[in-house]
Design a binder for this molecule. Structure first.
Ligand code: XIL
Length: 324
């Protein structure tokens, strides 16, 4: 039998973060997405700072393009992300709303955007990265007072999203969830609080921006602990750093490629061990080593994805596939 692609073999969605311009400008990019993946996420175009261009205007151009691309190609699109401290538009931050006005504004935004994509975007990261490393709330002066009552601001964000599209699956998303026990405990506590107060949460995403040096036993222990919430589990932004020491003289050779492949295999194997009803998707944060956020956010010599810069399958691709 011919080798299966990721989406053919997986019994859950295989997602990729994409940018509209890469889909439009590069046939190889588009073809790779179509060949290997069954879901897309906008890498940045559906974040608040991209959509909410002014107090009176939304820009849905790229989001609509991506939603149509998904529909036309029988894929799903995962919405990322409604509320993220790092993506409030500048005009919004400059307005210096007090807590009450702040929440009223965010409620309108969530209602409008989820309503706009109702039936098209089947799942949303409602809230991204509430907790700092170790599990303390981020120091958000406006938001934190709103977190103190039983449901809290973030819980109400889930309710606003649910009201706008009752069928959408709603996720909390964060990074280092499976390796940071303090952060994970804070997330589990929030989930318990949500459930006790009727907040509609369907799943938790761990971004999975890890490296070949990330301790596997730690990952596994944390993953099992996260799964004990019983929620859907999304590996939401998977990429595996190889140049973990940020070395300028780093060479991505066969041995390094093999190490990376093993890490990918470990992760997909771990995901497969979830109960079937908790599987949602594994999404890679990008498609090809040609375009990865890590070359600007980490090191210019970084090769974190499944396809190389020429769109050939790397050993990582096979490792990912072997774990499925
Ligand atoms: C990153 C994108 O990849 C970049 O292109 C953008 O400039 C900044 O954001 N966690 C997240 C993602 O939830 O939204 C981030 O994406 C990567 C870290």
């Amino acid at each position: 039998t011919p080798t299966q692609t990721l989406k053919e073999k997986a019994k859950f969605k295989i997602g990729a973060a994409v940018k509209m311009k890469d889909l439009q400008n590069e046939a190889n990019f588009k073809n790779a997405v179509l060949k290997h993946y069954s879901q897309i996420t906008a890498e940045y175009e559906m974040k608040m700072a991209s959509i909410w261009t002014s107090a009176t205007a939304y820009n849905y151009t790229a989001g609509d393009y991506l939603a149509a691309f998904a529909k036309d190609n029988n894929m799903e699109i995962h919405g990322h992300t409604l509320v993220w401290y790092d993506s409030f538009p500048e005009w919004f931050n400059n307005a210096k709303y007090d807590s009450i006005a702040f929440e009223a504004k965010v409620k309108v935004y969530i209602t409008d955007v989820v309503g706009h994509y109702k039936g098209k975007v089947k799942s949303w990261d409602v809230v991204n990265e509430v907790f700092a490393d170790g599990g303390a709330l981020r120091n958000e002066a406006v938001i934190n007072p709103l977190f103190k009552d039983p449901i809290g601001f973030y819980g109400r964000c889930f309710k606003y999203a649910k009201a706008a599209d009752p069928d959408a699956k709603l996720f909390y998303n964060d990074y280092s969830v499976v390796i940071d026990a303090g952060k994970r405990a804070a997330i589990k506590k929030m989930v318990t609080r949500f459930k006790a107060n009727g907040v509609p949460i369907d799943g938790v995403g761990d971004q999975f921006h890890y490296g070949t040096d990330t301790n596997r036993q730690t990952m596994k222990t944390g993953f099992t602990d996260l799964a004990s919430t019983g929620l859907l589990i999304h590996i939401s932004e998977l990429d595996i750093k190889v140049n973990t020491g940020k070395s300028d003289s780093y060479v991505f050779n066969d041995a390094e490629a093999q190490k990376q492949s093993e890490t990918y295999k470990f992760i997909t194997t771990m995901y497969e061990e979830l109960p079937q009803n908790q599987k949602f998707a594994i999404s890679t944060w990008g498609v090809t080593d040609k375009y990865t956020w890590l070359t600007s956010f980490w090191h210019s010599k970084e090769y974190p994805l499944l396809l190389d810069a020429d769109y050939n399958k790397k050993p990582a691709y096979q490792g990912f596939l072997d774990g499925l």
